[in-house]
Design a protein around this ligand. Sequence first.
Ligand code: NAI
Length: 354
Amino acid sequence: MDVFGTRDFDDHELVVFGRDASTGLRSIIAIHSTALGPAVGGCRMWPYPSTADAITDVLRLSRGMSYKNALAGLPFGGGKAVIIGDSRSAKSPELFEAYGRFVDSLGGRYITAEDVGTTLADMEHVARATRYVSGLGHKNSEAGGDPAPRTALGVFLGIKAAVRFRLGRTDLDDVKVAVQGVGGVGYHVCRLLAAEGVRLSVADVRSAAVERVRDELNAVVVRAESVLSEDVDVFAPCALGASLNTQTIPNLRARVVAGAANNQLASAEDGLALQLAGVLYAPDYVINAGGIISVAREYLRDATEAQVTSEIQGIPARLTEIFERARRERRPTNFIADEMARERIGRGERRMVA
Ligand code: NAI
C-alpha cells in the first residue's frame, strides 16, 4: 500500500505501527498535526478486514481530530489510534498495557482516550503504562470521565441550532428525529431529545440497545437498513462513519443531518450533494466536540464540570456561524468548516470550492 499516495494521506506528521506479540496487540497511531499542541484523539478497537482499511480509518480520523480540536479552540493538535481486533473477544488488561507502552514511546506527542470499542476501564489499564492518556475517572470536582454524555450534550444543542436555522423552530416539541445507533452517545442524545418532546425513531444493530430506548423513552424502533429514509425532520447519525454517501443521500427525507458519528460523509463531495438536496448538514467534528472538550480539560486539569458544560454550550453558536457563512457563500457547510479548521492549523492553502 502506498500510504503517502492515498487519498486520505494529508501530510500527516507521523504514522507508526505498534506490535506486541505476547498480547497480540496490533495498533496504528497517526498524528495529523501538532501545530496547535500535542495530538489528542481516541483509540478505536475494530476488527478491520485488512491493514489497509485500518490505515485509511486512522488517517481520516486523525485529520478529523485536528479539525475538531482547532475549531473547538483547544490547545491540541489531532491524532488517533486504532487497535486491530474484535473488542468483544480480543481485549485483555495486558493488551491495553502494551498499547499504553506504545503510546508512551511517542513521548507525549500523542495523548490517547477511549473511542468506539474501547472504554474507560480499558483506559485505566493504559494508564498503568503511560501518563499520556485521558478519559479516566473523575477527580474531585475536576472535569473528566466518560466523554459520551458530554458529546451527547453538544449534539443535542447542535440539533436545536440546526432545527432553528433550517426549520425556523425554537422548540423541539413534536419534531421528528431518527437516530442511527443508540450506544454510548446515541442513548444520551435520545434522552435529551425525548425530554423536549421529540418524536424519536431509533435503529441499532444490537436489539438490546433499541429495546432500552423503546422502553424508557417511548421511541419507535425502525430497521437499521431503512432508518436513513424515515420521514423525519432530522436524521442523527450516531453509529459509524460514511453513512451518507452517493447511495444513501438520494433516499434521505430529513431536512437536517446532525449527529455524533465521526466521518459521516463518505467523501467531501457528499456535503455538496446534501447542499444541493436542500439538506442542512451540521459538520460532524463541530457538533460532536463535547467529548474531546471534556477529555482535553481532564488532561489539562484546568476546568470544573461546570466550566466544561459552558464550553460545550459554545457549540451551537459555532455551528450557526458555519451555517450562515455557507448560506452567504452558497457553499456546503463541510467545505466552510474544513476551511476554517485548516486556517487555524496553518494549512489554509487548500480552498474547497463547490
Ligand atoms: P458505541 O459503540 O457506544 O455506539 C455505537 C452504536 O451504533 C452501537 O450501539 C452499535 O450497535 C450501533 N451501530 C453500529 N452499526 C450500526 C448500523 N449500521 N446501524 C445502526 N446502528 C449501528 O459508540 P459511541 O461512543 O456512542 O459513538 C458513536 C459515534 O460517535 C461514533 O462514530 C464515534 O466515533 C462518535 N463519537 C463518539 C464520541 C464519544 O464521546 N463516545 C465523541 C465523538 C464522536
